[in-house]
Design a binder for this molecule. Structure first.
Ligand SMILES: *Cc1c(COP(=O)(O)O)cnc(C)c1O
Length: 222
């Protein structure tokens, strides 16, 4: 099947209002162009260097999401270019993004990465840590960063109940944070980014508003 056909198939399974991020990491620009021609505008990349190469090769109306582990010394080239940094996994990184954004005179949109999976990545805040960060006023000091919600991954396992429980824990973390604030006080904290090619259907059932899908659109990565 072509990329356009894959995209159409994936789109047909995603409800209206859920954002589809086409994860194009490790795929050549030609693959992104095919997806673009089929109407896709949001692309996810996990490496700064790769994004810097693809950025000028794609039309201006592409919205880039950064989805990988980000080192503070690589933040600067992303500022003003990416539409969303989905993978803020430490307070230090958040402060660094805020600093660079303030200096550049832009507001950077981010998601906070929640770590619930058993194995997989070690990156992200534990749910309690993230709630504590919000409870202790961590967001009030931000000058040029808008936290739009949370992102996370489920355990990489065949145990679908485990996967479901992980997704539920990610969505619950957002709800616990919202509950700390008066209604309307924490504005635009709406996004729950969870679900990849093999597990996004379960993620949608557990309240995902943004799915990050690579393999099901572009095929296997090299
Ligand atoms: C690679 C990646 C994806 C996409 O994974 P697929 O299995 O190819 O759909 C989603 N999220 C993150 C954080 C990734 O690194």
């Amino acid at each position: 099947m072509s990329i356009a056909e894959n995209l159409a198939e994936v789109r047909s399974t995603i409800p209206e209002g859920v954002e589809l991020v086409a994860v194009s990491k490790f795929h050549p620009v030609e693959a992104l162009q095919q997806a673009y021609a089929a109407g896709q505008r949001v692309f996810g990349e996990s490496r700064v260097q790769e994004l810097q190469t693809k950025f000028p090769a794609m039309p201006d109306d592409v919205r880039w999401h950064f989805i990988g582990h980000l080192q503070t010394n690589k933040v600067k080239p992303l500022i003003g270019r990416v539409s969303l940094i989905e993978s803020v996994d430490s307070e230090r990184l958040l402060r660094c993004i805020d600093e660079h954004s303030a200096r550049a005179g832009v507001v950077t949109r981010v998601l906070m990465q929640v770590h619930v999976a058993r194995e997989e990545t070690k990156f992200g805040f534990l749910p309690d840590e993230l709630v504590d960060f919000f409870r202790s006023g961590g967001v009030e000091t931000l000058r040029a960063t808008h936290i739009c919600g949370v992102m996370g991954m489920a355990s990489n396992t065949d145990d679908l109940e485990r996967v479901r429980a992980d997704f539920r824990a990610i969505a619950d973390t957002r709800r616990r944070i919202l509950d700390l604030f008066a209604p309307g006080e924490l504005r635009g904290f709406d996004t729950v980014s969870m679900g990849m090619s093999h597990d996004y259907r379960i993620a949608l059932e557990e309240g995902s508003t943004m799915v990050r899908i690579g393999t099901a659109i572009f095929g296997e990565r090299e």
